[in-house]
Ligand binder design. Sequence first.
Ligand code: PGA
Length: 239
Amino acid sequence: MNTNIEEGVALAKALVSGMKPTDAIVILGAPFVSLQAVGQVISGAKNIHLAAQNCHQKASGAYTGEISVAMLKSVDCEYVILGHSERREYFNESDELIKSKTEWVLENGLNPIFCCGENLTVREAGEQEKVVGSQIKNALFEMTAEQMEKIIIAYEPIWAIGTGVTASPEQAQEMHAFIRSLIKTQFGEAIADGTSILYGGSVKPANATELFSKADVDGGLVGGAALKADSFLGIIEAI
Ligand code: PGA
C-alpha cells in the first residue's frame, strides 16, 4: 500500500528511461488504482510487465470492494501476486483460498506469482521446511502440469520482509532447493527446472548480486527497494 497514481507513474517512467537493455523480466506490481496509468507508461517497453497484488476468486457479482480477474485483464495486467504473507496474516487468506485464486487466475490466462514463507517463530524452531512445504502442497500439488508451468513461486521469509534483515544467500538457496525438489517430486524434473523461484525479503542493490548468484534463486520479489527508481534499477542490473 505505497504510492498514489502520480508517484507510481513517475517511478515507472524513471524505470523505463533508466533501464539498460536486459533479458531479465521486470514485473511491476502496482496498486489497483494505478495499474492502468502505469500500464500506459510501460506499454511498448521491452521486458516490463504489469502485476496486480491480489484479486478475487470469483468472476463477478456481489463482492463489494473486490477486484476481479476480468477487471485486471481490462487494463492489460498479465500477472497477479497471490498469497503474500500480509494477505495471509491480515486478511486471513488460507492455503485453500489461495489455491482457488491461483486456479481462477490460470483459468483466465493470467500468471500467478504464488508467495510462501515462514515466520520467525517457525524459523527459530527449525520448522521452516515443514511450514513452507505444507503451503506449497496444499495450494499447488493438485495443479496439472500445464498449470504448474505457468506459476512463479516467491519464497519470502516473513522475518525478512520490510525488516532490513535479509535471509543469507545460503538460507535462501537451501529453501529454494527444497521448494524445487518438492516441485520435482510432484511434477517432474522439467517442470521443476523451468519454475522461477524468486526470493523476497529486504532485497536491495547491495545484496541482490549475491542472492541471485545462488543456483536456485531465479529472481527477486522486491518491496521497499522497488519504491525508488535508483535502487530498483540497481537490482535489475544485478539480475
Ligand atoms: P521488502 O518487501 O523487500 O521491503 O522486504 C518484500 C515484500 O513486500 O514482499
